[in-house]
Design a protein around this ligand. Structure first.
Ligand SMILES: [Mn+2]
Length: 297
């Protein structure tokens, strides 16, 4: 009997590895992102319907999903955290890995792996986020700076020569603005002009291979309020799901992460939303690879 979305006990047999990376050391406003993965996984264990109304299937019947937790990740330096995540990606390079943060710093680990072992110029990082995370360092708002700070993660990605497309952006510094203009970065801002069409976003991705980094603060906080640096406005829920469906259908998703869930004690909406998106992403990705993906909408 299937009783959890985490339905595989042997990592070698898995189609998907859900990787819990509860590193919460990098935060700016609310802390607590180290508790994000365990709350999302709790939700995957018994609080989501297996039936998916967009594919009209129970994807769980066709997927083997294994869960792995990087247990000590919140007690190590940021360099060590990045190394552990990169090493895990290398060890399981044949698997589709969806990483649960943790602060946005954890994405540095995945980027580091793809930079070393693939060609970053042929990979687009699609970031859904309220913030562009393009700071060179954090000395403008902190006394110390760490190159793997969550506010710098996309700057590091640019330095590694990845292509980038950033969606939902609605607050940034003057230095980030200058960097965006100087490097002609593709940014879809929210709440300035009209909301872009999903086709426009997909068309702006010039590579076949895409890595998705989804900061839950990119969504409207009515859907994902429990996050470290909430910003009003943002992507609407059904728009987000539609964007992910279109993305996975038209591109080759090589990895994904969902970050910055800092759970509230009194409310489970954010972890439910994150778990729902996690199930959507892994279901569609694997069903596509198995040539079983058809959407009914
Ligand atoms: Mn953010």
């Amino acid at each position: 009997m299937i009783d959890s979305i985490i339905n595989c006990k042997n990592i070698k047999e898995a189609d998907v590895i859900v990787l819990s990376a509860g590193y919460g050391q990098s935060f700016t406003y609310r802390g607590g992102a180290e508790n994000g993965p365990s709350e999302i996984v709790k939700c995957l264990h018994g609080n989501l319907e297996f039936f998916d109304r967009f594919t009209m299937n129970e994807p769980i019947q066709f997927l083997k999903i294994y869960h792995h937790e990087l247990k000590n990740i919140n007690n190590v330096s940021s360099e060590e955290m990045v190394k552990q995540i990169s090493d895990f990606n290398l060890k399981y390079k044949d698997k589709f890995i969806i990483m649960l943060g943790g602060s946005h710093s954890v994405s540095n680990g995945a980027f580091s792996y793809f930079e070393k072992y693939k060609d970053p110029t042929n990979i687009t990082i699609l970031q859904i986020d309220a913030h562009p995370d393009l700071r060179e360092n954090t000395f403008d708002f902190k006394d110390t700076s760490d190159k793997f700070d969550h506010a710098c993660v996309m700057r590091r990605a640019c330095e590694m020569s990845f292509q980038t497309v950033q969606v939902g952006i609605r607050t940034y510094s003057i230095y980030e603005r200058k960097f965006i203009v100087k490097n002609n970065l593709k940014i879809f801002e929210w709440g300035k002009k009209k909301i872009p069409s999903i086709n426009e976003i997909i068309k702006s991705i010039k590579t076949k291979d895409v890595y998705l980094t989804l900061d839950v603060d990119g969504l409207d906080p009515s859907h994902t309020p429990a996050t470290g640096t909430p910003v009003p406005g943002g992507l609407e829920w059904t728009y987000t799901q539609r964007l992910l469906r279109k993305l996975i259908l038209s591109k080759n998703l090589i990895g994904a992460d969902i970050v910055e869930v800092s759970p509230f004690k009194h409310d489970v909406l954010t972890q439910y939303a994150a778990a729902n998106l996690c199930y959507n992403i892994m279901s569609y990705k694997i069903m596509k690879d198995k040539k079983m993906l058809t959407f009914f909408e």
